[in-house]
Design a protein around this ligand. Structure first.
Ligand SMILES: C[S@@+](CC[C@H](N)C(=O)[O-])C[C@H]1O[C@@H](n2cnc3c(N)ncnc32)[C@H](O)[C@@H]1O
Length: 269
């Protein structure tokens, strides 16, 4: 792994928004998403079809970990929630603030590492990540951190690439129909060209990490591309993602009462 992974990740995202071309592209994407109806992932599958979020968001305290341009929190604010966006990149947050102003919405944006969030325990009803902490942070750190921020009974919802996609994607170019790396031991995925590290786990390890953080898995939505769909991103196409799931939405609930694993009495006295 890169010696200082958080610094390398920050530099990548700060740098991305610093380049004219990429800045323009990201701002354009963020602006289009702010204007859109809530939808999920590369294939823009409407929330009204998937029904992943709580039906009534009004009054919910929400935190988005790795919010980037914060369009997801913008959608939540429009639905009456009280969002907080957290991101490690000052440049991304500047873009988020500009888009907030453009869309007449205002909610707190916090410049912080999603693996160590300077917010109090048990203060949110919904923790969310859409290719933010869910891709860029160590699951052994950010998932317990999200669980800490949730009230008992609160929901963690995150979107990230599927383990299938990670296994089939080469260092450069689009995903193919061959497994290119071992499944067992899957964890850090490096992109040498950018000097960055992202994270992916085998399905069973995701379930373990959630369970150890006191979260109970309620749903795993495997997103399927419509046959004719298109995406602006270069690593997967609709033909692939119609056959295999390229993205997953994980939904897990914090146990309503604290009883950490191991505290349940198992034996005879
Ligand atoms: C794909 S982007 C954001 C996704 C967001 N849904 C969007 O499209 O604007 C990933 C974001 O994760 C943020 N990020 C990466 N590592 C982070 C960390 N350790 N803590 C907080 N944010 C982080 C990056 O700065 C970047 O803004």
């Amino acid at each position: 792994m890169t010696a200082d992974r958080p610094a390398a990740t920050r530099a990548f995202w700060d740098g991305l928004t610093g380049e004219e071309g990429e800045f323009a592209r990201q701002a354009e994407y963020g602006r289009a998403m702010w204007a859109a109806e809530p939808n999920w992932g590369d294939w823009s599958i409407p929330e009204s079809e998937l029904r992943i979020l709580p039906a009534d968001l009004a009054g919910l305290d929400t935190v988005e970990l790795g919010c980037g341009t914060a369009y997801f929190s913008g959608w939540l604010a429009r639905a009456g929630a009280r969002p907080v966006g957290v991101d490690a990149s000052a440049r991304q947050l500047a873009l988020a603030a500009a888009l907030q102003a453009e869309y007449g919405t205002d909610f707190p944006l916090l410049h912080a590492d999603a693996e160590r969030v300077p917010l109090r325990d048990a203060t949110f009803d919904l923790a969310l990540s859409e290719y933010g902490a869910s891709s860029w942070c160590d699951p052994e750190r950010w998932v317990p951190e999200a669980a800490r921020l949730l009230r008992p009974g609160g929901l963690l919802v995150f979107l990230t690439a599927s383990p299938f996609l990670t296994l089939c994607t080469p260092a450069e170019g689009r995903a193919g129909d061959r497994l290119l790396r071992p499944y067992f031991g899957l964890r850090e995925v490096e992109t040498p060209a950018f000097g960055t590290t992202e994270f992916q786990l085998p399905y069973g390890q995701w379930v373990r990490v959630l369970r150890e953080a006191g979260l109970v898995l309620e749903r795993l939505a495997e997103l399927r591309a419509p046959r004719e769909a298109s995406t602006p991103w270069p690593f997967v196409d609709a033909e692939w993602a119609h056959r295999w799931p390229s993205e997953c939405v994980w939904v897990a609930r914090k146990e309503p009462v604290d009883h950490p694993i191991g505290s349940v009495f198992m034996g005879t006295p």
